[in-house]
Ligand binder design. Structure first.
Ligand SMILES: C[S@@+](CC[C@H](N)C(=O)[O-])C[C@H]1O[C@@H](n2cnc3c(N)ncnc32)[C@H](O)[C@@H]1O
Length: 254
């Protein structure tokens, strides 16, 4: 608890005002990832391996951008930073614990960028969301990785929608934002990896399914190359009676 408080306070100072409301979420994610280290290990290893395999296919390795870099657990950052000229980590929040880890790695080719990747603000003012248009301005872009971010765009937008007065935001906001992310990735002139959870299942100790939810709101990623399970909430995390398994897909979109 004390470590969480320190991480929260140190992160808040470094985070631009507009993203400070999201610091709590990132600290909670960090705490859960530490508690569930064993249960999450296979998912993280699968993600890292998929990214390294895609990176190995490239002829040039100049700039790599990681979208939803978060805790940098499911991204092979050390290996990417060793072979790319520049690695850009993009997220709403970069935790103090992550910053300090990067500091001690003494890599000066890792750049942190705080940014809302959802496109929600565009939709709010009646514009077509183009949340990834900034990537067109990144020089020498050879690899873009969407790292277990996409479902969170939908979940985050749903929380924001709940606070909006009726009629301000279009009804189909969630699938539109998810589609905008996939379209933005698909239009890039470089190698693109999309790794995302698509839904979850609540399962009891006898293996019986109690609840199932689609986290991508009907949108299906193309070119799925691999699938695996991610026990985000293993037995004992929220209850000894059930676990929550997220379904993950990995695509090389381009
Ligand atoms: C499940 S975590 C990804 C884990 C991360 N790739 C890792 O290696 O630990 C989802 C990440 O997406 C970020 N995120 C959620 N909504 C976002 C948004 N609208 N814009 C940018 N990042 C967002 C969260 O801050 C979080 O770090």
């Amino acid at each position: 608890m004390i470590l969480e408080a320190i991480n929260y306070a140190a992160t808040r100072i470094k985070t631009p005002d507009e993203f400070r409301p999201y610091v709590r979420y990132s600290v909670n994610l960090w705490a859960r990832a530490n508690r569930c280290q064993k249960a999450w290990a296979e998912h993280e290893e699968n993600s890292r391996r998929f990214i390294l395999a895609a990176s190995a296919k490239l002829r040039q390795r100049r700039t790599a951008v990681v979208l939803g870099s978060g805790l940098v657990r499911d991204v092979p950052l050390r290996q990417l930073a060793a072979v790319f000229d520049t690695v850009v980590l993009v997220d709403l929040v970069h935790l103090a614990s992550v910053r300090s880890h990067l500091y001690w790695q003494r890599r000066n080719n890792i750049v942190l960028n705080s940014r809302d990747l959802s496109g929600y603000e565009d939709l709010k003012v009646g514009k077509e969301p183009e949340p990834l248009s900034f990537l067109r301005l990144v020089p020498y872009l050879d690899l873009v990785i969407s790292a277990n971010l996409l479902s969170q765009i939908g979940t985050g937008a749903r929380h924001r929608l709940e606070k909006e007065p009726a009629g301000v935001i279009p009804d189909n906001t969630l699938p539109r934002l998810i589609r905008a992310h996939i379209d933005g990735l698909s239009g890039l002139p470089c190698k693109v990896c999309l790794i995302t959870d698509t839904g979850f299942e609540v399962i009891d100790k006898n293996g019986a399914l109690h609840q199932q939810e689609d986290l991508l709101h009907g949108v299906e990623p193309a070119k799925i190359a691999q699938r695996w399970d991610w026990p985000v909430v293993p037995f004992g995390e929220e209850s000894k009676d059930y676990q929550i398994i997220h379904k993950v897909v990995a695509s090389e979109l381009t």
